[in-house]
Design a protein around this ligand. Structure first.
Ligand SMILES: [Mg+2]
Length: 415
């Protein structure tokens, strides 16, 4: 046997220093954690096969640190789960439970004693890896973890007096913004929404949701009206990659010059996406099935073997992969192998959306993200979203997330 030389970066080498992340401002003593929970009313209710949601609960962990010289700083992050476990197993109820364990681990207490205040004599955090190390034992619960990590980065950036993207090695001052159009009742309804995105918003690209039987006619109609539109489809795991009819429909999508077909197969599959769709010329994008950098490395290896890295795209959502360091690791792994990357959304509030924009300012994030919607998601948001103009969003330049004072006043009991 003559094993092929491994040319894919190994995630163990992707340290913060290797990634160009600034994280060396000395020890931070964690003083307390307070979680704000807000039920935020949606402007347009969210319809799924099992129910209708008029609001989403967002958790905002606020962590106060003290430096060696006694300066205190509070950073805030966001947990962005859906209201029920349909995208993955997390939902706002599971996030609330996980935040109990995260708070206990970070404050050095048992989960039954955790009240948000640090245990006496708790050792300081010396960098992001020591922060993450406090709760590395917790399996899964990526969306809960991303919220507390966000608070860490906001605090670090505030201490240094810089925007978060500067710590993260971001270089772009604005990022391309796309939008997502859902499964509307008719093709005409989809076309109407696409027309608003293209003709009024001048969006950078359009993504439309598809499922078997609700795919070819939609894409054909959009292509007919907009021959050069940057267009991609997202199936949210609706196709069976062992079903010849489903495979034939996906192959037919090759005729429409799509940027990618996102997650057609199972939400936890990588292998069948690589092998059974290798004959498509349209790139395949993985979303739900990439939970960390190990998955990304394995996907890259499979695509190198079966079709080629230029036919793989990864939608990196920081909440899905457990936070921002892991998101940057995946983006760097992908770029090193010629795999394209973009940043999807989880109906974040302005805070979470802005964190995604800071992440997207990394050069490795090379395709437009799902950063804007046709109408604001929420009746009342926690801050103003970054400025959108002609398909681009400005990366905020203020300290921390660059959002100024957040409005977290409407605290509610999590139902
Ligand atoms: Mg998706």
């Amino acid at each position: 046997m003559n094993p092929q030389k491994e040319t894919i970066l190994d995630e163990r080498s992707l340290t913060p220093a290797f990634l160009g992340i600034l994280d060396d401002d000395g020890p931070l003593f964690l003083e307390k954690i307070r979680v704000f929970s807000r039920r935020m009313t949606l402007r347009i209710p969210f319809e799924t096969s099992f129910g209708r949601f008029d609001s989403l609960v967002r958790h905002f962990p606020a962590i106060t640190f003290r430096t060696e010289d006694g300066t205190t700083v509070t950073g805030i992050g966001e947990c962005s789960p859906l209201s029920a476990p349909w995208y993955d197993y997390e939902c706002h109820r599971s996030v609330e439970v996980a935040l109990g364990y995260l708070t206990a681990s970070l404050t050095g207490k048992s989960v039954d004693e955790a009240d948000g205040a640090a245990a006496p004599g708790l050792a300081p955090v010396t960098g992001v890896e020591s922060f993450l190390g406090r709760y590395r034992w917790i399996v899964g619960h990526a969306m809960a973890k991303a919220g507390v990590e966000g608070a860490y980065w906001d605090a670090r950036a505030r201490l240094r007096g810089v925007p978060v993207f500067r710590l993260w090695g971001g270089t772009k001052s604005d990022v391309e913004a796309g939008t997502s159009v859902g499964l509307e009742p008719t093709v005409e309804d989809v076309l109407r929404k696409v027309a608003v995105a293209v003709e009024e918003m001048h969006i950078a690209r359009v993504k439309v949701k598809v499922k078997p039987g609700r795919d070819l006619a939609i894409v054909e109609a959009i292509r007919k009206r907009y021959p050069s539109l940057r267009l991609q489809v997202d199936a949210n795991a609706a196709y069976d990659l062992l079903n010849p009819e489903h495979l034939a429909r996906l192959k037919e999508l090759d005729a429409f010059d799509l940027m990618m077909i996102e997650q057609p197969g199972r939400n936890d599959d990588i292998f069948d996406h690589a092998v059974r769709l290798a004959h498509l010329s349209t790139p395949i994008c993985l979303d739900e099935s990439i939970l960390h950098a190990v998955h990304a490395r394995q996907a890259i290896a499979l695509w190198k073997q079966y079709s080629g890295p230029s036919r793989l795209v990864i939608n990196v959502k920081p909440p899905r992969v457990g936070g921002y360091l892991e998101a940057i690791r995946i983006a760097v792994l992908c770029a090193a192998s010629g795999v394209s990357v973009w940043c999807g959304g989880m109906h974040e509030s302005a805070l979470g959306k802005t964190a995604n924009v800071h992440f997207s300012s990394r050069s490795e994030v090379n395709l437009p993200g799902d950063h804007v919607s046709q109408a604001p998601y929420y009746v009342k948001n926690v801050a103003e979203s970054p400025r959108y103009e002609e398909g681009r969003l400005t990366v905020p330049q203020g300290v921390g997330w660059g959002l100024g004072e957040l409005d977290l006043t409407e605290e509610t009991e999590t139902p």
